[in-house]
Design a protein. Structure first.
Length: 261
C-alpha cells in the first residue's frame, strides 16, 4: 500500500514504521492512525518481519500529540462513535499483535504519542526525549488509554502526577520510573533498537508472544487467575516444539535456532 503519513521499511526481517509528518512534529491525525492500523495488519499477515520498530521522522519528535485541529472539532456525539474507537483500536492492536514492537522515542513523546508508546512491547528513548500527558492543560484528559496504561506501568502515584500536572519529564526521569527501558544518545538510538530486535529474533516466536501476553495479563487479574493463564501459555510453548529445540541446544552446548531463517 501507499501511505501519506507513515513510511514502512523492512531490513533483515526487522520492520520499521515511521510516523511521517515532521513539519507538525508527527501529530497523530486520524489519517495517520488509520495508516498505522493498515500497515501493522499488513506486516502481520505478510510474514516478512519478525518484529517492528516504531519511531518518528526527523530529530525533534516521536509524536508531539494528537492533531490539535481535530481535537478542537471533537464533540460528545463523536466521542461515542467510530472516530473515538479508532483512537483506541490502534494501541489495542499493537499490544496483542503477533509481532513484538519496540518504540524508538527520538524526541517529544507527548499526549497521543505517549498513549501510543505505552502500548509497545518495549520503549527506548533518546537522551533528548521529553515524555508527558499534557491534555489537562487544554481542558481535557488523555482519551486513548493513557490514564489506564500509564498507571499500570509506573504506579498510581507517579501516573497521577503526570496526568494531573500535565508536565513532561525528561528521558532520564522516564527511565528511573520504568516508563522507558533504556536511554541512548540520539545518534546511537537506532543501533540500540536493532540490537534489541536481533535479540528478539533469537527467541522462539511462540514463547516470545506468550511471555509478553503473560506479563500484560498480570496487570488486569488477581494472582491465581494470572497463574492459571501463565500455566496455559507455558503448555502452549511445549506444544509449539520450541521447548524441545531449546533444551536440545542447551544440552549440546549450541545456540538454539528457533526460526528456519
Amino acid at each position: 500500500m501507499t501511505y501519506q503519513r507513515i513510511e514502512i521499511d523492512i531490513q533483515d526481517r526487522i520492520a520499521t514504521l515511521t510516523l511521517n509528518d515532521p513539519q507538525r512534529l508527527n501529530a497523530m491525525s486520524l489519517q495517520m492512525r488509520s495508516e498505522c492500523l493498515a500497515a501493522l495488519r499488513e506486516l502481520e499477515a505478510g510474514g516478512e518481519a519478525d518484529c517492528v520498530i516504531i519511531t518518528g521522522a526527523g530529530d525533534k519528535a516521536f509524536s508531539a500529540g494528537a492533531d490539535i485541529n481535530e481535537v478542537g472539532k471533537r464533540s460528545v456525539a463523536a466521542e461515542l462513535g467510530t472516530e473515538a474507537q479508532l483512537r483506541r483500536e490502534l494501541p489495542r492492536l499493537i499490544e496483542h499483535m503477533r509481532l513484538p514492537t519496540l518504540g524508538v522515542l527520538n524526541g517529544y513523546c507527548l499526549g497521543a504519542g505517549l498513549e501510543l508508546a505505552l502500548s509497545f512491547t518495549m520503549r527506548i528513548a533518546a537522551d533528548t526525549a521529553r515524555l508527558g500527558l499534557p491534555e489537562i492543560n487544554i481542558g481535557v484528559i488523555p482519551g486513548s488509554g493513557g490514564t489506564q496504561r500509564l498507571a499500570r506501568m509506573i504506579g498510581l502515584g507517579r501516573a497521577m502526577e503526570m496526568v494531573m500536572l500535565g508536565e513532561p519529564i525528561d528521558a532520564a526521569h522516564a527511565y528511573r520510573i520504568g516508563l522507558v527501558n533504556s536511554v541512548h544518545p540520539a545518534g546511537e538510538l537506532m543501533d540500540a533498537a536493532r540490537a534489541i530486535c536481533r535479540k528478539w529474533q533469537s527467541k522462539g516466536p511462540i514463547s516470545l508472544m506468550a511471555a509478553r501476553d503473560a506479563v500484560l495479563r498480570s496487570a488486569d487479574v488477581d494472582l491465581q487467575t494470572g497463574m492459571d493463564y501463565e500455566n496455559k501459555l507455558f503448555a502452549l510453548c511445549l506444544a509449539s516444539g520450541e521447548r524441545d529445540i531449546g533444551v536440545r541446544a542447551f544440552l549440546e552446548k549450541k545456540k538454539a535456532r528457533f526460526r528456519d531463517r
